[in-house]
Design a protein. Structure first.
Length: 248
């Protein structure tokens, strides 16, 4: 019974996803919005002639890495994080082909690097050091949480299945950073965590782009601030790339 219901739901979504609508005909009303919440237009009916709004709840599934004194793509592929953005889509032109986006965003960025981040609380430095044969840990990572205000300029075609291009940036606050090491000694696993760094950057600011169709897009981001602020620390800047989906 359960399997039958699941199959029916999947088939239903497939049918609607494959339908070819451009949102401009008399029978193609404003209900055609991107994402699973396209029937929702607010607590009151949408005003007649009011342009559709898009990309208001966005999830970016990202691969996280860094550039600087350590090159990209040298860390584990398992460095997968998530950005969640709740945005206002403010039309700037008739048909909402150009709009302005602003809102609030949460960013979770784990980086599985499997090496050392050596912390010197006296000199207030953080140094990236490659793992050697004397190290007991078998994996290590750096993760962080931040809240930001994203601002975007958005371009799109005037149709339901539209091509879109977003360019923007974020400015926010790094709430937390954690270094985590996993060790195995005498058959027992141990987890060592270190919260905070003496020269951790609190102010975060970045630029990003999205390019895609309808509610799917490719996402890329670059942080202008370094992870660690001391001039004697290893110089690293966060980068992200991945896939975006807009549900509302």
């Amino acid at each position: 019974m359960v399997k039958g219901v699941i199959i029916a739901i999947v088939c239903g979504f497939s049918f609607f996803a494959s339908a070819q609508f451009d949102g401009r005909g008399e029978n193609e009303t404003s209900r055609f919005r991107p994402g699973v919440m396209w029937f929702f237009s607010g607590y009151r009916p949408a005003e007649e002639g009011k342009p559709n709004k898009f990309d208001r709840l966005i999830f970016d599934l990202t691969y996280n890495d860094w550039v600087g004194e350590q090159g990209p793509f040298q860390n584990s592929w398992a460095s997968i994080g998530l950005n969640t953005s709740l945005m206002f889509d403010i039309p700037l032109t008739q048909g909402n082909k150009v709009s302005f986006g602003v809102g609030i965003s949460h960013q979770y960025t784990p980086i599985r690097h499997n090496n050392h981040l050596v912390i010197d609380d006296v000199a207030n430095t953080t140094t990236f050091v490659l793992k050697d044969s004397t190290d007991l840990f078998y994996k290590s990572s750096l993760s962080g949480n931040s809240f930001s205000i994203p601002i975007e300029l958005r371009f799109r075609n005037e149709s339901w299945k539209h091509f879109k291009f977003h360019i923007g940036g974020k400015i926010g606050y790094q709430v937390s950073m954690m270094a985590k090491y996993g060790s195995k000694i005498d058959g027992h696993k141990y987890i060592d965590k270190r919260y905070g760094f003496p020269d951790q950057a609190k102010l975060v600011y970045s630029a990003h782009i999205r390019v895609g169709i309808r509610n799917w897009a490719i996402f890329a981001s670059y942080n202008f601030n370094r992870l660690f602020t001391n001039s004697n620390s290893t110089k690293l800047n966060l980068i992200q790339m991945g896939l975006s989906i807009s549900l509302f």
